[in-house]
Design a protein around this ligand. Structure first.
Ligand SMILES: Nc1nc2c(ncn2[C@@H]2O[C@H](COP(=O)(O)OP(=O)(O)OP(=O)(O)O)[C@@H](O)[C@H]2O)c(=O)[nH]1
Ligand SMILES: [Mg+2]
Length: 299
């Protein structure tokens, strides 16, 4: 059988489970996941090697509308991820009825001529399949998908079928990436993202959206990697929440992020965090460029 290789983007509304799906397909946690919407802020590439194919996957920010410059940049990343693709995977939450926001979300698929597969995710949450049938009909009316596949990114159900469906849409081509290549994300960005994930997990309300993480120092020693990172918030009150009483919250965030980072980098890590206030950073183009993964590669 001929070898296939191609580019596939994972698209969908915030919280549908796109990043969980990417991690689950790769068997590695390279994209952060949270119960809160708008977790992913940039396009994240991950390469999946199969016996007969290589799939270059791209996870994207959830499709939403918002006015901040950060949110506009997130939507630019979504649109860019529809270009030059061999297939698109559109992820929906099977436990929710599709609404007009979903319809608007699906409109990005029209930007591309690539076939779109509907991945109906979170089927582990359904009591029975009865509630799903009317939803499937609605999805069908909303867009002409090439395939409809029921999955659970959490349990792995349906993922073999999804992979087979994707591979069938890829062109014959040799692999484009070496077999040990996993992601385009620089290590610094991964660590910053792990810190952000723990903050999303442990804080609520407006804090998650107001947080950015920047690695300031990265020192590779024979014994360990020493990392100093800044957690940037928009207001003093948020700074207080993140530090916690006697520094307890920041300590917890640091410990959990360090454990994730050690797992993926396979090294011992020392991680120290500082909290800084930077009002309105989400509107600051210079700062947004600083937290972009591409600018973290060359540090
Ligand atoms: N029960 C269940 N929960 C899931 C499944 N997939 C994802 N989740 C949960 O859904 C929430 C959102 O998951 P993410 O992977 O961060 O969703 P996303 O689409 O990447 O979200 P954004 O980055 O904000 O666009 C998390 O709490 C996940 O654990 C699934 O198959 N079943
Ligand atoms: Mg995500």
């Amino acid at each position: 059988m001929a070898f296939r290789c191609g580019f596939v983007s994972i698209l969908g509304r915030p919280n549908a489970g796109k990043s969980t799906l990417l991690n689950s397909l790769l068997g590695e946690k390279i994209a952060i996941v949270a119960r809160k919407p708008q977790t992913t802020r940039t396009a994240i590439q991950g390469v999946l090697n199969l016996p007969d194919a290589q799939i270059v996957l791209m996870d994207t920010p959830g499709i939403h509308e918002s006015d901040t410059l950060l949110n506009k940049r997130m939507m630019d990343a979504v649109r860019a991820a529809t270009e030059g693709r061999d297939a698109l995977i559109y992820v929906v939450d099977a436990s929710r009825d599709p609404d007009t926001d979903e319809e608007r979300g699906m409109s990005v698929l029209k930007r591309s001529e690539a076939p779109a597969i509907l991945a109906v995710n979170k089927i582990d949450r359904l009591q029975g399949k009865a509630e799903l049938l009317p939803r499937l009909e609605k999805y069908q009316q909303m867009h002409g998908f090439s395939d409809y596949i029921l999955i659970s990114a959490l349990t792995g159900a349906g993922l073999d079928e999804l992979k087979a469906s994707v591979v069938g849409k890829l062109p014959e081509s040799p692999a484009l990436f070496p077999p040990d290549y996993l992601t385009d994300q620089p290590e610094r960005f991964l660590v910053a993202e792990f810190v952000r994930e723990k903050i999303l997990d442990l804080t609520s309300q407006e804090v998650p959206h107001s947080v950015a993480v920047l690695v300031d120092q990265w020192e590779d020693t024979p014994k360990m990697i020493r990392i100093h990172a800044s957690v940037i918030v928009e207001r003093d009150g948020q700074k207080g929440i993140l530090i916690g009483s006697g520094g307890s919250m920041l300590k917890k965030i640091g410990t959990l992020a360090r454990e994730d980072a050690e797992r993926i980098l396979g090294r011992k890590i020392f991680l120290s965090l500082f909290v800084k206030v930077k009002p309105k950073w989400r509107e600051d183009p210079g700062f947004l460029a600083e937290i972009d993964p591409r600018s973290m590669a060359g540090l």
